[in-house]
Design a binder for this molecule. Structure first.
Ligand SMILES: *Cc1c(COP(=O)(O)O)cnc(C)c1O
Length: 379
């Protein structure tokens, strides 16, 4: 099955009870048993739920994996991966990272005795010097949030396999439409399905996909034992969102390109961060591991003026000033005071998240309207 067919049919069967083509929302906690233990595959909805199961099959299909897991949020999915670790274990992570992931690693898991090394991975060779006998996991986000750095997944796979480490890739920004980390050699793919997979800014959800049975069993055990699952209504909404993922992504990419090119030619703009530019430091890697360049674009104004950046985001009319990304509507954010405020200023400035940086999630409206909005807001 090719990708566009997978978004609609991947892992989906008509409902067994009545043949309903769309998955019913099984709003139930428990399932009747004919004799103790005599059930039809479902006992209790923390462990299994048919609507969630349909979604988990879809996740697995989209990422060309064998096993999918749905969680109550992206962070709950990351949390489940971290629970594979033990005190004393070490994790090597991208340094340019979603703020909430950084907070989970440093404010929760460091206290449980797990050590994190935050490393700039655009040069994959740098990673090896951080590997010790205690290293267990490499955590990669690509494209990174919000600086749009591109990390060479294949190159990191070589290192993770050589040292027998798990490699997890946060594929939220790219989506499986653009990039398939398991095919490139990663062990775990993670999504904030809150973003492009859900696609309509109306549900918070997380996903993991793996190929290896033993790893899947460990993660299912954690999912059930820790309980950070999603409800059936939310599972239904994300399944519905996924059916148009490929069509939405095509338009996100087209509009993202138009916005990036407009900003790049604007006299008041200093830098535009978008992997589709030939002079982007890892443009060639982006081209080889992604199908297109996505709808996320960051930029900064000349002079790096905080007040000016705030004025621009406040002046926007069609772009809504809001956290999050990946919905059909265009959003603008100011990472330094919003999504990345939990990262200390000197840490975040090292990675380029300066006070004038603005991040756009370019939606699927008419691109002429989006560009006109940016034009009036920048002035
Ligand atoms: C939003 C986001 C997360 C966290 O997901 P939630 O669904 O908000 O918990 C993790 N990684 C990236 C790249 C994100 O954008």
């Amino acid at each position: 099955m090719k990708f566009n067919t997978k978004t609609i049919h991947g892992g989906q069967e008509p409902d067994v009870a009545h043949g309903s083509v769309m998955p019913p929302i099984y709003q139930t906690t428990t399932y009747a048993q004919s004799t103790p233990g005599g059930h039809k595959g479902y006992e209790y909805s923390r462990t299994h739920n048919p609507t969630r199961h349909a979604l988990e099959q879809s996740f697995a299909s989209l990422e060309s994996g064998n096993y999918g897991l749905a969680f109550g949020s992206g962070l709950a999915a990351i949390d489940a991966v971290l629970k594979l670790m033990k005190p004393g274990d070490e994790v090597i992570s991208t340094n340019d990272l979603y703020g909430g992931t950084y907070r989970l690693f440093t404010k929760i898991y460091e206290d449980f005795g797990i050590k994190f090394h935050f490393v700039g991975m655009h040069n994959a060779d740098k990673i090896e010097s951080y590997i010790t006998s205690k290293t267990k996991l490499i955590w990669v986000e690509t494209p990174t949030n919000p600086m749009m750095n591109i990390i060479d997944i294949k190159a990191i796979t070589k290192i993770s396999k050589k040292h027998n480490l798990l490699l997890a890739v946060d594929n939220t920004f790219a989506t499986p439409y653009l990039q398939q980390p398991l095919d490139l050699g990663a062990d775990i793919v993670m999504h904030s399905a809150t973003k492009y997979l859900g696609g309509h800014s109306d549900v918070v959800m997380g996903a993991l996909v793996v190929r290896d049975k033993e790893l899947a069993d460990k993660l299912y055990f954690i999912q059930n034992a820790s309980g950070a699952i999603c409800g059936p209504q939310d599972a239904f909404l994300v399944l519905r969102g996924i059916k148009t993922l490929h069509v939405r992504m095509q338009r996100h990419c087209e509009n993202g390109r138009a916005v990036a090119e407009f900003l790049d030619n604007h006299p008041k703009i200093e830098n535009v961060y978008w992997p589709g530019f030939k002079n982007h430091p890892n443009h060639d890697i982006a081209k080889s591991q992604m199908k297109d360049f996505g709808g996320m674009v960051s930029f900064r104004t000349k002079g790096n003026n905080y007040e000016e950046a705030i004025k621009i985001v406040e002046n926007l009319n069609i772009f809504t000033l809001a956290e999050s990304l990946g919905g059909v509507e265009s959003l603008a954010g100011h990472p330094a005071s919003m999504t990345h405020a939990s990262i200390p200023k000197d840490e975040r400035e090292k990675t380029g998240v300066v006070d004038s940086l603005i991040r756009l999630s370019v939606g699927i409206e008419d691109k002429e309207d989006l560009i006109a909005d940016l034009k009036q807001a920048i002035g």
